[in-house]
Ligand binder design. Structure first.
Ligand SMILES: [Zn+2]
Ligand SMILES: [Zn+2]
Length: 294
């Protein structure tokens, strides 16, 4: 595809590549429009824009915000916003502190739930101030002391959840409703959308996936809080979900976006510029998106 509106650099706690590397990789794949959507921060945007200009690429400033909506953790993408506003400059520190605390609580829950003893302090030192939960999960899964923990086996090489072991593990055990879920007091979706609009950006519901699938009451409520569009095509969706969200956008005259959510090593199956949309290289979607952005 010619464009990819969702990718992460190593400024995100789960991204592998620098913004410069992302541009070079995107260029090599023939991608002409990109948006860097790091978690809760925009530190990589200047580098992305500078590097992109060398290749004549359109680089759209973006961010992916952790928010709370109806008790769910919901990711909201913002595009085209002024990234020097105080709110977005200070957002990362605020969220990092919340995540650090929640990681610690989650590790303590792992001890109880899996009946294991973890070196919590060593894991916390390793995850660092960004509270990189996935690093802790990977360390635990690969620790020979826990090789007999049956619940870990599907995530180990050859296991049925081993394609993205850390992400799959997180969803199975740490998602809302799962046994090691920790409620984190992220800013509300409504307040986040207000800040995005104040900064001149547009707000898009990222990979609505299972939280919103066939829950039109929830979708409608999120949209009523100012959501401009939906990331209909995402690698987290199956074909049915992609089509469902595309049809929903059509029916409700909502902006529709697509994005790979490329991270590099933590989600190895995901490739830049690929998200399941094929029609006419997505030109109509990109044109509508650019028109909305103005
Ligand atoms: Zn996300
Ligand atoms: Zn993302």
């Amino acid at each position: 595809m010619d464009f990819d509106l969702h990718m992460h650099s190593n400024y995100s706690n789960d991204g592998e590549y620098t913004p410069t590397q992302l541009i070079q990789m995107a260029h090599a794949k023939g991608i002409k429009t990109v948006a860097l959507a790091d978690h809760n921060q925009m530190l990589g945007i200047d580098e992305m824009i500078n590097e992109g200009s060398k290749y004549g690429m359109q680089v759209i400033p973006a961010i992916e915000c952790d928010t709370k909506f109806e008790g769910f953790e919901v990711h909201v993408l913002a595009y085209g916003l002024d990234y020097n506003t105080e709110y977005f400059k200070s957002l990362n520190k605020k969220i990092s502190d919340l995540i650090y605390d929640s990681t610690k609580t989650r590790l303590e829950l792992f001890e109880t739930y899996f009946n294991i003893k973890l070196d919590v302090q060593r894991l916390m030192d390793m995850v660092g101030e960004k509270g990189k939960m996935i690093d802790a999960i990977l360390d635990i899964l690969n620790d020979p002391r826990y090789k007999d923990v049956e619940a870990f086996h599907p995530f180990l090489p050859g296991g049925e959840q081993s394609d993205s072991p850390t992400a799959n593990f997180y969803w199975k055990y740490c998602f809302k409703g799962a046994p090691c879920y920790v409620d984190v007091a992220f800013p509300s979706l409504e307040d986040t959308v207000k800040e995005i609009h104040k900064a001149g950006g547009i707000a898009v519901l990222a990979h609505p996936w299972k939280t919103f699938y066939q829950r039109e009451d929830l979708l409608e409520k999120a949209i009523s809080q100012g959501i401009d569009g939906i990331e209909a095509y995402s690698n987290y969706h199956n074909d049915e979900q992609n089509i469902y969200y595309e049809a929903y956008c059509d029916k409700h005259h909502l902006l529709m976006t697509c994005g790979s959510d490329f991270h590099g090593a933590t989600k190895p199956k995901i490739q830049l510029g690929e998200y399941g949309y094929k029609k006419n290289n997505g030109q109509a979607i990109l044109a509508a998106f650019n028109a909305y952005l103005k």
